[in-house]
Design a protein around this ligand. Structure first.
Ligand code: GLP
Length: 246
């Protein structure tokens, strides 16, 4: 059901699993459409608790319905900093554990910000990361989750609308929310590399998923004024963005 009174179209599903299936179907349609045209399909991927069912559904579609990811190029939104790729908590590990190890994507087509660069090189590395997806022709479809404070990727409140891929300080609320992935809060990195808001806005299509406890911040992002204090509200300025909620 589309609620046309909102500033961003919202698709409401009875459960996170149902909403994730809807998102997976849109992704599969796009991949197949691009396959028929012999084109690459460039996807922006997200991590966290939100896309777990989506990843599982994509794996199921690959195994049971023969959905191939051979023409797919992926770019992940963000990564903790500093972190080693192989650390259990890295988004590199997350993506391989939940999706990439189970589908037929070419490993050369997988791009995840690398949180192991020395600090003095990170700025250059972020600019290079940003250039890579511009070279790939831009992102066809960007998947997003949303933080309880309205962050998208790791663009915390206050992130500028013109921000690009960069190193950012994590809000304490974000570190607390993500503590479950680590032994305790002291182990949660204080920094992260994230695509910027302007980077995200360049995607041709955006699907933001938000389940359960995210309803208040979703309502604020969809109904409220556009504000850098609520990064997800800036998505009102995108011409092809849909929120998928339960
Ligand atoms: C995380 C990620 C975001 C994610 C958001 C929500 O920390 N960096 O990309 O969308 O915060 O997380 P979750 O899906 O676990 O609620």
């Amino acid at each position: 059901m589309v609620d046309s009174f909102e500033k961003i179209p919202v698709e409401i599903y009875p459960s996170a699993q149902d909403g994730s299936r809807y998102v997976a179907e849109e992704i599969a349609r796009l991949i197949r459409e691009k396959q028929q045209k012999k084109e690459k399909c460039v996807l922006g991927m997200a991590t966290g608790g939100t896309p777990i069912y989506l990843d599982a559904e994509l794996v199921r579609m690959h195994k049971e319905e023969g959905l191939s990811f051979k023409n797919v190029i992926t770019f992940n939104l963000d990564e903790y900093y500093p972190i080693e790729k192989k650390a259990f908590q890295s988004y590199w590990s997350f993506m391989h554990r939940h999706l990439f190890d189970h589908i037929d994507i070419d490993p050369a087509n997988i791009h995840i910000p690398d949180g192991s660069w020395p600090k003095e090189d990170v700025k250059k590395y972020c600019a290079a990361y940003e250039a890579t997806f511009e070279e790939a022709g831009g992102i066809d479809l960007q998947i997003l989750g949303i933080g309880l404070n309205g962050h998208i990727g790791f663009n915390e409140p206050g992130s500028s609308i013109i921000s690009k891929t960069r190193l950012i300080n994590l809000d304490n609320t974000t570190r607390i929310a993500n503590t479950y992935e680590f032994e305790n809060i002291s182990k949660v990195p204080r920094l992260a590399i994230t695509m910027g808001i302007s980077t995200i806005l360049k995607a041709k299509r955006i699907l933001l998923m938000g389940w359960g406890q995210k309803s208040a911040i979703i309502a604020r992002s969809v109904d409220g004024n556009v504000s850098e204090h609520v990064p997800a509200s800036i998505l009102q300025q995108h011409t092809d963005c849909t929120f998928v909620v339960d």
